[in-house]
Write a protein that binds this ligand. Structure first.
Ligand code: MN
Length: 236
């Protein structure tokens, strides 16, 4: 088979302790999965069914580099998140079996044009311009379950220029990893290479060019990105 242009390179994530990579198939993101964050967004944190949105696979970017400040926003926010890396196919899987599908876990950032997300939310429109844009899904190396087990508790901590902005515990997730996998798999068959960003705790806020974001989750590889200037060709 030949193509009219070169096949784009498949985005992939590094794996801690390995020179292999994890090729990304799709990115799912859970919304409002910590009660205190739901409240800060003006929503009821009661345990209603979870909801999810998606990002293009090539919005993922590795730790350690610079990501451009996006166009068309004046309120660009960080959201520190635990990321589940799926390693097995699953459709409508039970909560009891859900963790068997997990390849590993990573630290992620669900970067958000908050102004556009809230405009879309309040008008009942899709969230894509607020959530699904270039460089919006930074992710650290994946720690495989084989070497570190599953993640059900532990500190999740984000700093901007070394100042703490988010500080919570994975145990505070409203929907834990097994429940989240089981829920998404009712709507969409999961495949190896899928990533699930599990939601952010309270303390979200804006960043500016030059800011350095560091995210740590106990036991996982850290994530660090620097906010750069706007990408060439875009306008503020
Ligand atoms: Mn999020």
């Amino acid at each position: 088979m030949t193509h009219v242009f070169d096949l784009p390179k498949r985005p992939a994530v590094g794996i801690a302790g390995s020179d292999k990579t994890f090729p990304i198939r799709r990115i799912f993101c859970i919304g409002r999965n910590y009660a205190a964050h739901a409240r800060e967004m003006g929503k009821d944190p009661n345990r209603e069914a979870p909801f999810f949105f998606t990002k293009f696979p090539d919005t993922a970017v590795p730790s350690g580099g610079e990501i451009p400040y996006p166009s068309e926003t004046t309120n660009y926010h960080y959201e520190a998140e635990l990321v589940i890396a799926i390693g097995k196919e699953a459709a409508a899987i039970s909560k009891a079996a859900a963790l068997d599908t997990v390849f590993g876990y990573a630290v992620g950032l669900d970067m958000t044009r908050r102004d556009l997300q809230l405009q879309a939310r309040d008008k009942g429109r899709p969230w894509d311009t607020g959530k699904n844009f270039g460089f919006s899904a930074p992710i650290g190396p994946i720690r495989p379950v084989d070497t570190g087990g599953h993640v059900s508790a532990g500190r999740i901590h984000l700093t901007v220029n070394s100042v703490t902005k988010q500080d919570a515990d994975i145990a505070d997730l409203i929907w834990d990893c097994a429940e989240t996998i089981a829920y998404i798999s009712r709507f969409e068959r999961l495949f190896p290479g899928d990533l699930i960003y599990t939601g952010t705790p309270a303390g979200v806020g804006p960043v500016q060019p030059g800011d350095v974001i560091d995210v740590n989750i106990a036991g996982l590889e850290p994530l660090s990105v620097t906010i750069g200037p706007m990408e060439a060709g875009f306008q503020a």
